[in-house]
Design a protein around this ligand. Sequence first.
Ligand SMILES: [Fe+2]
Length: 376
Amino acid sequence: MDGAQIDAVVLEANGLTVTLPDGGPAYFNTWWLRDNCPTSFDAETRERVFDIFHCSEVPQPADARIEDGALVVHWAGENHVSRYPLSMLAAYANGDPRPDPADLPRRPWFADHYADLTRVSHPLLLESAEERRRWMEALLVEGVAIVTDMPDTDEALTRTAELIGTIRPSFFGAYFDVRTHVKPTNLAYTSKALELHTDVPAEELAPGIQFLHCRRNSVQGGLNLFLDGTAVANDLRVQDPEAFRLLTEIEVPFYKEHDGIDMRARQRVIELDRHGEVSGVTISQHMADVFDLPQRLMDSYYPAFVRFGRMLQDAKYVMRFSLKAGECITFDNHRIVHGREAYSATSGERYLRGTYTDRGELRGIYRAMVSEGRFK
Ligand SMILES: [Fe+2]
């Protein structure tokens, strides 16, 4: 290397320091550089086709220089040259996570949210990518949206769900019907009030996005209750930081015995994302197992748990309304807490059909949509 190139690229014991046009000197490890040579990725699938595990020696640059807006590295011991656009290096220079278009700030909502709920029409969803984007954005930002004008068919629910994911069965099956059953296996299948809850925390990964398609609703009572668990948890964080800490750190057991299966999983009541912000809650009195924590820990855990459970019931947070036939409420099952009031089973008919998809797939479809063309 001549003097000018030494200034731009400096070889160190385990990497290179590169002077970036706008950011000054930035360090890159040689393993990272060799692994992430642009040729490591298949042009069509974007999958990595280079296997770093086949490198028996620490990758060593024989020569490294800046040429035409790229760092060019000739690797010692192999006949390979890597060209890294400086814009790519700048994106990874500070260890910042790759920008994520689906990482939208959550907007908390309260009891008066019904009038502002995002509503999208089923026929329009099927034909309009923009309508689907608006729906997905509402699910990411507010955690809830209502699909209107649903045909009165099983297929309509499937077609709706498959717009933003793959049907994701729970141990209850791929679909569930909520109506009064003669021999109920679950409180949902009675006309009794249904405690505020998130669905199926007895599964290791509880279902992500829930769809409840209202097919009939002519009963008296049975108002639907929905609330934003993140809004409540954020208030708890301010009002009682120690209770908040306990609910974010300690896992408690949930279970469900059903048709020859004994499902068990441990969950934190309040879930934090990688930024340390509340991303969800898990609550289910009917699937909570006997808490098997040390009894001395119960002295502090139970008051925190009960305080949060009471806050969830506060009228400030709970949106009450009656889901109408032809509507499908769609919501983030890790964020939105739901329940219903009791109803009179003899006063009419009430039938909801439900299914789930996953949160990750929602984000994946949303990302691809907003970055359309990026990989083409
Ligand atoms: Fe439920």
